[in-house]
Ligand binder design. Structure first.
Ligand code: MRU
Length: 344
């Protein structure tokens, strides 16, 4: 079961807004459908957003009628900018779109460019599966059989091509016959932890316990949580990490309880152009996400502040787990080395 799939005339996505009640696939037939699915969180999670946008751009380009390369590039740039306007925080969105733009910079014909875009988008998805598996293997090296590990939001298989980032060690542990106990924070306001992580892990046969967000401190203490692992939407050059709202609070609690706090993310989430967390744009979403749950109003019509992400300062992060390995501390020096090619 794939969260995103290319079908030549359309893209299918697993509708993450319908979970856990319904396992429903939606067909995205044009660029507007793609933009809308990203904005409304039908597809979500940094790598899945990047993959979907890449397919969306390839799909849009397929429909261009021009044979003129300059005109093709102008239309492509317009559509790249439109898709880039869907969500501001996850850098994978811009990374994937720009990777597609670069792939056709030297195309010799419109037809060649159209084929290249599709090929490049498929490569992003295929590579992500391998990347996530590697992240999972590295993450697993940090854990012992029987560990109790807390997470927030959903950085799982449905947010990536497969396995997930923060959830990859749980899936791999299961494959290898090792037991890891997951503690999933429900993740208000949109409940990615309750609706998605607890669904995904229980479907996979992983032992998962759901808590509300305000139970994190008590759970760390009473259940002797071994570690916290979270995904990321953007990691700045100094290691400051934007992830789902509530992550920063968990990092502070982990520090108070002397529990390791890990960030698991692919290189495509590391943004060396963004110097510190203060430079990461934080998405603010509609007030109804806070005043309502499942379409039912739970609060009067008052002012609401609804940041979708927060930034965990690098000094609270024990290690950053990537497909190239784990780095501990001094992120400013070590993050750029991950991008260096290793020649055997
Ligand atoms: O608003 P969302 O649900 O897209 O936020 C998702 C997260 O914060 C994830 O932790 C992150 O994108 C990593 S997904 C592998």
């Amino acid at each position: 079961m794939k969260s995103v799939q290319w079908h030549d005339t359309h893209i299918t996505i697993l509708n993450q807004q319908a979970l856990p009640h319904k396992t429903e696939y939606l067909e995205l037939k044009n660029i507007k459908d793609v933009w809308d699915a990203i904005v409304t969180l039908k597809v979500r999670g940094a790598p899945a957003i990047g993959m979907t946008a890449a397919y969306g751009l390839a799909l849009a380009a397929k429909s261009y009628e021009t044979d003129d390369l300059a005109q093709f590039h102008a239309e492509l740039k317009r559509d790249r900018d439109y898709l880039a306007s869907s969500r501001p925080t996850a850098v994978n969105l811009f990374w994937a779109l720009d990777r597609l733009m670069k792939s056709v910079a030297h195309a010799k014909s419109v037809n060649e460019a159209k084929t290249t875009l599709i090929h490049e988008a498929i490569c992003i998805q295929v590579e992500d599966e391998d990347v996530c598996r590697r992240i999972g293997e590295h993450a697993l090296s940090l854990f012992q059989d029987g560990d109790r590990i807390m997470t927030i939001c959903n950085a799982g298989a449905i947010a990536t091509a497969r396995y997930g980032t923060a959830l990859a060690p749980f899936h791999l542990a299961k494959e290898k016959g090792m037991t890891l106990h997951a503690y999933a924070c429900e993740t208000r306001p949109v409940l990615q932890g309750a609706r998605l992580t607890s669904w995904e892990l229980s479907q996979a046969g992983v032992d998962v316990t759901l808590i509300t967000d305000n139970m994190a401190a008590q759970t760390m203490k009473a259940k002797r949580i071994s570690a916290v692992i979270v995904g990321a939407d953007r990691i700045a050059a100094n290691g400051d990490t934007a992830n789902k709202i509530g992550t920063f609070g968990l990092a502070i609690l982990a520090k108070a309880f002397n529990i390791p706090f890990y960030v698991a993310a692919p290189l495509s989430t590391i943004d060396l152009q963004t110097k510190t967390g203060d430079d990461i744009p934080i998405e603010e979403r509609a007030k109804e996400e806070v005043t309502h749950i499942g379409g039912v109003r739970i609060a009067p019509d008052v002012n609401v502040y609804n940041p979708a992400f927060d930034v965990t300062p690098h000094e609270l992060i024990t290690g950053i787990i990537t497909e190239k390995g784990i780095i501990f501390g001094d992120y400013e020096t070590k993050l750029p080395t991950l991008f260096e090619e290793v020649f055997a």
